[in-house]
Design a protein around this ligand. Structure first.
Ligand code: SF4
Ligand code: SF4
Length: 388
């Protein structure tokens, strides 16, 4: 399997990583009911075929919300027995939204080492860094904590996973000598969150990048309209929608490892095949994907590029973030996608950042290079997302 040098770590990391956020479960109503037998066979098969990066997090597969430890970490400990632990770099994350003190960072890390039954974590990431948690975490001593954990050997490398706009990404990545970062990236979301600019900046700073949501949570497999699928098939009849999505992202400059959440053995087989037969996309293939991107971009409700020039808002509204989820809501005429957008809006946009706080002062509008009527649009955003 294709491997890449991973920044200054000196490691060669497989282009395909095993993400343990969507493992197969035995009870659809219980995310903690991981199918140990199947999921263990899946992860070990991937490792036997060359995958050497496994990613999990404290709350993955929790059935009590994201403030409770999930079933993923203990499962990973089980699956990596029999010598598999030594064959991979193991990544897990500090739940930043739960942390209220430096002492707690140490306690959670120690708990994770026990849950993962390992002497050390290779890549330890501050999880879900966004504007709500970043200043708090720095104030509580996150960067000293990472240094100390590296020195005492509990972690080898420090990183952060990121969910916010580019300006914050730039601030965070320049604030410390990070060993890696993790961002959302796929052929649809090139200007979303850290996006292409973030990928480029990370490369300039020598920080390797792992990619999450390369298929946009399955959207790029399950929700591509039939006519677009036909157009893609006319170029590569042998490629599935997963082929298009993964091959595109794996070929992007600056991408180190692509995390794929695999829920069935067939996903493991398909993804390994893609990673084993990876070659640069041809011009025709790249153009075919551009047409898909254009189709979805034409459906955007608000022409917001996420540049952040309108910020800060004196009332605390995170304007680009509100537009981001609003656009997402209208991407497909699909109740499932709309539900998902509402969920992410609730989880990622803090109370104080929501459109409902807009006092319609219009100050932001003078700063917007797109000339958007932001104030009026905040009402539209609220109509979708604010609880009545
Ligand atoms: S119009 Fe609304 S979003 Fe814009 S600066 Fe004023 S309060 Fe903030
Ligand atoms: S300035 Fe305009 S385009 Fe840029 S983030 Fe704000 S609303 Fe979007």
């Amino acid at each position: 399997m294709f491997k890449k040098a991973f920044g200054k770590t000196g490691l060669d990391v497989s282009i395909l990583g095993f993400g343990c956020m969507r493992l197969p479960i035995t009870d659809n109503n219980d995310p903690a009911s991981i199918d140990y037998d199947l999921a263990t066979r899946m992860i070990r098969k991937a490792i036997d075929r060359g995958v050497n990066y496994v990613d999990t997090a404290y709350p993955y597969h929790s059935n009590q919300g994201r403030t409770a430890p999930g079933a993923s970490e203990p499962f990973v400990a089980h699956a990596l027995k029999d010598g598999y632990r030594e064959r991979v770099s193991l990544a897990t994350k500090l739940p930043t939204w739960m942390v209220e003190s430096r002492k707690q960072m140490n306690e959670i890390l120690d708990e994770q080492l026990k849950r993962l039954e390992t002497s050390h974590i290779d890549f330890y990431l501050a999880h879900n860094v966004n504007v709500n948690v970043w200043d708090k975490m720095v104030g509580l001593g996150l960067l000293d904590f990472m240094e100390e954990a590296k020195k005492d050997g509990r972690i080898k490398y420090a990183g952060f996973s990121f969910h916010d706009h580019y300006e914050l990404f730039e601030r965070v990545i320049k604030s410390y000598d990070w060993d890696m970062t993790q961002i959302q990236y796929n052929y649809l979301d090139v200007n979303y969150q850290a996006g292409q600019r973030g990928l480029k900046l990370a490369a300039e700073l020598g920080v390797p990048v792992s990619i999450m949501e390369p298929l946009r949570g399955g959207f790029l497999v399950d929700h591509i309209p039939e006519e677009l699928q036909k157009s893609l098939a006319s170029v590569r009849p042998d490629w599935t929608m997963a082929d298009w999505g993964l091959r595109w992202v794996m070929n992007q400059p600056g991408v180190g490892v692509v995390l794929s959440g695999m829920t069935a053995m067939s996903h493991v087989d398909d993804n390994i095949k893609i990673a084993e037969t990876l070659v640069p996309l041809s011009e025709r293939e790249t153009e075919a994907l551009s047409r898909v991107r254009d189709y979805f971009h034409a459906r955007l409700k608000v022409d917001c590029t996420g540049c952040g020039y309108c910020m800060p808002c004196s009332s605390g509204v995170d304007i680009p973030k509100n537009f981001l989820y609003y656009n997402d809501y209208f991407l497909m005429d699909s109740p499932e996608i709309q539900q998902r957008s509402k969920y992410y809006y609730g989880a990622q946009v803090g109370e104080s950042e929501r459109a409902s706080n807009c006092v319609h002062c219009h100050e932001c509008e003078e700063k917007c290079p797109q000339g958007l009527a932001i104030s009026d649009m905040m009402e539209d955003v609220c109509n979708i997302f604010c609880s009545k």
